[in-house]
Design a protein around this ligand. Sequence first.
Ligand code: HEC
Ligand code: HEC
Ligand code: HEC
Ligand code: HEC
Ligand code: HEC
Ligand code: HEC
Length: 506
Amino acid sequence: MTDSEGQRRAGYHRNWLTIIGTALIFLGVAGGIVLFLVEVLAKGAAPYLGINYLLFMGLLVVGFILVPAGMLREGRRRRRHEGGELRELRLDLAKATHPYAILSLVASFFAVVLLVGIGTYRSYQATESSSFCGQVCHTVMEPEWTAYHRSSHARVACVECHIGSGAGWYVRSKLSGLRQIWAVAINSYPRPIPTPIRDLRPARETCEECHWRRKFTGYKENVRSYFLGDEENTRHDLRMLVKIGGEKTAFLKGSGIHYHMMIARQVEYIARDERRQEIAWLRVTRADGSVTEYRNEDYEMSDEELAGLEVRTMDCMDCHNRPAHQFPSPVESINAALAEERISAELPYIKLEAVKALDNGWASPSDAATGIANEIRGFYAREYPEVVRKRSDELTRAIQEIQTIYSNTMFPTMKAKWSAYPNNIGHIESPGCFRCHTDAMVSEDGDSVFTECSECHLILAQGESIQQVNVNLETGLDFVHPDDYETMDEYEECTDCHTGGADVYE
Ligand code: HEC
Ligand code: HEC
Ligand code: HEC
Ligand code: HEC
Ligand code: HEC
Ligand code: HEC
């Protein structure tokens, strides 16, 4: 190799593409180092920081494409102009300068690999973090993000349920994430976000990574307080055992909801609506192999119509569809606030007025805040001027509490609230268990799926005092309906009157 040839080849990098590429690489490396230092020094201070690695990684990638592209182009250009041959780059270890060149080449190679490694890892971590999922598209995710922080899963990352582990799901979720970002960018996303999510990962690979379906959970005691919509806000308490149950063991015979629904049987169903609230067909396969099919007589559907719909095997999420994003109804929120004395039950008709003020279809959070205050104040000014005079502090606190409940549970911008996202556990405000446990769900033999209250839960005590319990644990007490004090011992569709909102008062 002659000197002039060496110079000629060395000159290949002197072209604007390669120079820009080199600058980008320097910028990427320097940015990465600075970001890394900032992260180490400001530990945990800035949740978004990790995302910036994506930017610097992008610079590096573009740089690494531009540098050789520029050199190739330059080579081709010179060949055309000078008629010379493009020689292969040869390494000659005997040349004194080469070992240093190789050493610095290897060193910078490792430095870049290291940086790219850290950058990739941190970018991955960042896009997997709950704050990325919940806050980057702030308005869109606000309802779920808010509800999530009030759930038992507030410490479980979004991705644990929405993605689960494994590269395949990571890529799938990022592709669908890109689609979603696009939808947000062009403002074409649906409000409310439709559920159930079609490609949610199966429960076996998410919920069951942490919760063991065979665990025997036994009975769970629920204590609830209700307040009626009368002048006194009459209180009615309820204490009951929900028969969750679980696996058969040497001591336990195997019983309860989880046992029957998850272990001893497989239940498949067809829903006729998108939200899986209207179940038209059912098939149960029991442990002994016997099979029964049921059809819902309320929905007249032909075999062809049914055949066109998806058959779904029931899993955790068909009951627990709101493990992290529960939007409690106005009735439920106000009952809880009264029971915990965040709202004073001494204010006449406060239950009724608070539910009506919440369930008013406000167009925006600020409309709701002023509207709620005006409605409640207006009511007391009109009907109970002495309350405004004597209980002004209690009234102000009640209004603030109702406003807080509104902003924690209703999101007009995204049209997210309890009625948009019914909870399938229970059966009072939405059909829930009664989607299948209804007299209308009938088999070929004419039997319907059972609806006896005590198969699912036992009432221990109800009414004014729930301290004393003296009941037969096989059957429990018949439910006394707080509104009319009638006992309810057989199936009645609670959702005919109860919706969770103000409808029940009509
Ligand atoms: C414990 C599991 C779990 C965690 C943790 C979780 N989700 Fe969900 N999420 C679900 C399930 C289950 C659904 C589907 C509900 C349905 O099918 O009705 C859902 C639905 C959603 C929906 C659709 C709208 C809706 O309310 O149904 C959004 C958006 C969402 N999640 C975002 C998030 C974000 C953001 C996070 C983290 C801040 C998160 N989720 C954490 C289980 C979870
Ligand atoms: C990463 C682990 C993890 C995953 C995944 C997970 N959970 Fe949980 N779950 C927990 C923890 C922790 C608790 C809280 C236990 C406690 O407070 O005693 C909990 C509590 C619960 C409870 C009882 C409290 C309540 O809110 O009623 C239910 C029900 C539940 N999880 C259902 C689910 C369902 C359904 C899924 C799948 C969509 C799921 N979990 C996914 C860890 C997890
Ligand atoms: C047929 C409906 C149904 C199915 C299917 C179902 N559950 Fe449940 N589960 C319930 C009910 C009802 C309760 C008690 C009500 C409550 O949460 O207060 C419950 C309670 C729980 C609890 C809380 C136990 C406690 O001590 O508080 C956990 C955890 C749980 N389920 C996990 C799961 C998991 C995981 C699956 C899927 C393998 C599953 N469930 C499937 C209906 C169901
Ligand atoms: C998709 C339909 C469907 C839904 C939703 C559903 N179930 Fe069931 N459930 C069934 C079927 C079908 C059977 C079995 C009937 C049979 O074997 O003949 C059953 C059986 C049971 C059993 C066993 C009773 C026994 O003695 O064998 C319990 C307990 C139960 N369900 C509780 C619940 C609870 C609680 C909910 C709501 C959280 C619920 N189910 C929601 C379809 C459903
Ligand atoms: C298929 C099972 C099933 C049947 C049948 C059933 N329930 Fe329930 N019920 C539930 C579940 C599950 C819950 C929710 C428990 C929870 O919130 O943790 C519930 C909740 C309730 C509650 C408390 C409501 C609340 O959330 O404040 C009342 C009251 C009630 N049921 C009454 C009845 C009566 C009366 C009957 C008979 C006419 C009946 N149930 C039949 C499963 C059932
Ligand atoms: C014919 C209409 C109707 C049906 C059906 C009905 N309810 Fe009610 N229920 C009412 C009315 C009206 C009230 C009084 C509401 C108030 O004053 O706040 C009420 C009050 C209640 C309350 C206490 C109030 C509260 O804050 O929640 C409970 C609990 C309740 N009903 C449970 C049930 C259950 C469980 C069923 C189904 C098994 C059922 N109801 C079916 C009309 C009905």
